[in-house]
Design a protein around this ligand. Sequence first.
Ligand SMILES: Cc1cc2nc3c(=O)[nH]c(=O)nc-3n(C[C@H](O)[C@H](O)[C@H](O)COP(=O)(O)OP(=O)(O)OC[C@H]3O[C@@H](n4cnc5c(N)ncnc54)[C@H](O)[C@@H]3O)c2cc1C
Length: 399
Amino acid sequence: MTNSHQVLIVGGGTAGLTVASQLVTRDDAPEVAVIEPADTHYYQPLWTLIGGGVFPKEESARPMAEVMPKGVTWIQDAAASFDPDNNTVTTAGGDTYGYDYLVMAAGLQINWDALPGLAESVGQPGTGVVSNYSYETCETTWDAIQQFPKGGTALFTEPTMGVKCGGAPQKIMYLTDEALRRRGVRDGSRIAFMKAKGALFSSKPYEETLYKVVERKDIEVNLMTELTEIHPDQKEAVFRNLETEEETTIGYDLLHVVPPMGPLDFIADSPLADEEGWVDVDAETLQHTRYPNVFGLGDNSSLPTSKTGAAIRKQAPVLVDHLMAQIHHTTPVNGTYNGYTSCPLVTGYGKLVMAEFDYDKEPDESFPFDQTQERYSMYALKAYGLPRMYWNGMLKGRM
Ligand SMILES: Cc1cc2nc3c(=O)[nH]c(=O)nc-3n(C[C@H](O)[C@H](O)[C@H](O)COP(=O)(O)OP(=O)(O)OC[C@H]3O[C@@H](n4cnc5c(N)ncnc54)[C@H](O)[C@@H]3O)c2cc1C
């Protein structure tokens, strides 16, 4: 073994750096190391507005070296395997690190190859196939909106599995509708939401508002409808109705795809995984169900809530509290995690429904007004307030 750390965090994304900052800014700060291979850290929630032409993609990226909290040892390598019985992690570079406590925060895996026709077409000029689900492709959504022809067809998909930010598949659809209206090409055009799940949105009070939005915007909603294949040369997409098994092929001018995603292979293949491949943690304490000195949060965790940065904001203090209580052999004082997540549902330029809910999909709101309504103030918060709060607050351990 080349090295050992008191707290070893795998992943320097939203979850990993939030936990690292909260730990090292404490008076009783433990020694912390982060294993993270990437040079760049992304604020992914901005990719929706980048796809909608509001910001350039560079706004969502910062050098990892700049955001890595001071006092943390950055191991620039990728974790590859785990031996939790002996408290070690081995990296792709072949080094083995020991730990007293392990925090799993490596995010999830996007499986671009799992959908025939997607990997070769997404983000390629002239294909019309776009996706806000990567830094490389999010700006191409805006290009496709600009090139969209009058009377054309725009399709927006959402797969069967849980995805990062459950609202993102439809936020870009609402922005596209408005952008096409501004360009004067919406009349006679078709916009359709092709969603593999059975409801427009998981939390009912917000879903009611979204149904009014799709009606106002004349957007077609097809539930239980899964994208199974893309034929980029013909600009055709194949869908299966999950109730009737019927297949339909639809020609498109713009196809916004939310790609298949799931657990990272190196986690799924490890003793840390649950049956589905997620880091198997207790839903309230974020502690591993079999290895008490292992914790997990964010997209790589088994927590049965919508995978968002907002959820991580509420998960991190609970995790830190339970981890520090173990170090000091005391009782956690900050309570447990209730599944809180938030989805800022952008419904147009300057309009947003701020959905916040818990494990039971019941509203768990922060503001003293009716959050099921579309508001400019909430749009301004998402576009201008939350990014600042992220870079200067969350990543600095201040919230
Ligand atoms: C289009 C889009 C819109 C979104 N909108 C919102 C929104 O409006 N509000 C919101 O709250 N959330 C939103 N999200 C979701 C949010 O961005 C994620 O939930 C959040 O980034 C998850 O944080 P994480 O740390 O778990 O994973 P990530 O932030 O993805 O970080 C994972 C880190 O682990 C690293 N890693 C990967 N493999 C390894 C390895 N082998 N070893 C070590 N490190 C590794 C990666 O390089 C990365 O730095 C959106 C996401 C997308 C894609």
